[in-house]
Design a protein around this ligand. Sequence first.
Ligand code: SAM
Length: 284
Amino acid sequence: MSVTGPGMTGCRDAAAVLAAAVRRLTEAGVDSPRADAEQLAAYVLGVPRGRLVLAAWSPADVERFGELVARRAARVPLQYLVGTVGFRHLGLAVGPGAFVPRPETESVVEAALGLIAAVSHPRVVDLCTGSGAIALAVAQEHPGAEVLAVEADPRAAGWARRNIGATGLPVRLLVGRIEDIPADMDGFVDLVVSNPPYVADGEALPPEVARYEPVSALYAGVDGLDALRVVQRVARRLLRPGGSAVVEHGDRQGPAAADLFAGWEDVVIHQDLAGRDRYVTARR
Ligand SMILES: C[S@@+](CC[C@H](N)C(=O)[O-])C[C@H]1O[C@@H](n2cnc3c(N)ncnc32)[C@H](O)[C@@H]1O
């Protein structure tokens, strides 16, 4: 992207720079080219997206924006480029190594909060925490909750640690496989919540996900249910009698995910805001 002259880019130039970026992202197959171009511009200029039209661009801004647009056109996730993602009431740091928290997981948090609403100091465990999104949202929205976040991938755990530190919320991080959680919590947990990997091996994914998000956050065996099987086993061990599990799954996995909870009480498949099967709740 080029800019004429050494001074600030005027409104008309800025509009042309944005239009060129939208064209480039459209050609690259990005789903929401205008929204992404505007978010990158807002990030570069340090202004809210709604104030972009008033912002002045320096040549350095135009150059930096051009670099980011090129990376977005190579399908680097927008959230990795701007370094943060909004989740519930939090702004979380994310980057390579971290799964980007998705809006549909916000409904999993909503369900988790509902299940512990009557308990003043619930013990909550977030299995497969990634950047810490679910654990932190629960800790923020249910003060008094004692939250443990468990993550096997050291790079993802690094992002969780950073988010715990930045928010100052009372979440403990255990770096290790959920299968290896020490037995000293068995039978004492009020709620287990999890968004584990649930993509079937070989299933095609958008370039942003397939090329850049960690494989260990995505794939889970031939039917995509291997991690959910482990989550169910670990949850059964951790929960006190009457404690609850909330587990996210793929939109075509509702009945199969519910079947994993055979022998539990009140097993229910729930839909996300788009009306797709998204998570199962069950009581031990
Ligand atoms: C789909 S991502 C979800 C991250 C986070 N819960 C969220 O919703 O944004 C799944 C996470 O589970 C982690 N994971 C996969 N298998 C695991 C295991 N056996 N024990 C602990 N963490 C695991 C991955 O490293 C990844 O960070």
